[in-house]
Design a protein around this ligand. Structure first.
Ligand code: HPA
Length: 274
């Protein structure tokens, strides 16, 4: 795995003439196309980058762009592979490992999720304050690579508190700030109403199929993490309607501008503060 990470990272380092990348963002459903708003200093299709997996899901393009925010460089990963696509979890988190090897200090993660909390409506942007891993998997299972991070990483504050405060400030004139706890299910099925009820009882506000493995690996490497869910639907059983991926895509499209506006400001502030 270490060799794979180095091969990807070396390819990118050479291609960008060894410039420093300060931060990274991984775009989930609802954020695809964000990179198109900015001048790309470099741009790579995932198929060009060794070991990057081309995503198969609609709304995930599979492009790595290097863009300037606040005079520093940010890597924008448009699209991610998901565990439910059948890949090894270590390959799912490889892009995060590569970002760590490139030296980023902060990683922002975005996703589409189902809302459990009564305070949420479709279209809401939720700042993730903690997670619950309900998959039984973990990207750090297996031999620990000590050069990457410790065997038993602390998970007390996965989602950086200062970044949450910054997000609250920046959201002020854009949308009502809300935060919550994200429960990771593998998918690809949406949850049953009983699974959603279980997640609610144990404290989850959102359910989704991504983000947690990347957050775990980023913390393993000592990177600060911030994550946002776009509520594309009320979770199964909370909504009386059956869930559909088309609905997820439709709400994501409708809320795109709001989330992208926020994210541009957020990334500028992150890069200024590094
Ligand atoms: N559950 C899991 N993942 C999701 C959902 C959901 O309800 N909506 C969007 N992604």
């Amino acid at each position: 795995m270490y060799k794979k990470i180095k091969e990807s990272s070396d390819f990118i380092k050479k291609s960008i003439e060894y410039q420093t990348i300060h931060s990274g963002i991984i775009l989930g459903s609802g954020m695809g196309g964000f990179e198109e708003k900015f001048e790309k200093i470099y741009s790579f299709d995932y198929s060009e980058v060794p070991h990057f997996i081309k995503p198969s899901v609609q709304g995930h393009s599979g492009n790595l762009s290097i863009v300037k925010f606040g005079d520093k460089l940010t890597a924008i990963l448009s699209g991610r592979a998901h565990y439910y696509e059948g890949y090894d979890i270590k390959d799912i988190v490889l892009p995060t490992r590569v970002l760590a090897d490139l030296g980023i200090k902060t990683l922002v993660l975005t996703n589409a999720a189902g809302g459990i909390s009564e305070n949420y409506e479709p279209g809401d942007i939720i700042n993730i304050k903690d997670h619950i891993n309900l998959t039984g998997n973990n990207p750090l299972i297996g031999k620990n690579l000590d050069e990457l991070g410790p065997r038993f990483p602390d998970m007390t504050e996965v989602y950086n508190e200062n970044l949450r405060e910054l997000a609250r400030k920046i959201s002020k004139n854009l949308f009502q700030y809300k935060d919550g706890i994200y429960a990771w299910f593998t998918g690809p099925t949406y949850e049953t109403p009983s699974e959603v009820n279980f997640a609610k009882i144990i404290g989850a506000d959102l359910v989704g199929m991504s983000t947690v493995p990347e957050a775990i690996v980023a913390r393993h490497s000592g990177i600060k993490v911030s994550a946002f869910s776009l509520v594309t639907n009320l979770a199964a059983g909370i909504s009386k309607e059956p869930l559909s991926h088309d609905e997820v895509i439709e709400i994501a499209e409708m809320s795109k501008d709001k989330l992208q506006n926020f994210m541009e400001k957020f990334l500028i502030e992150i890069n200024l503060s590094i």
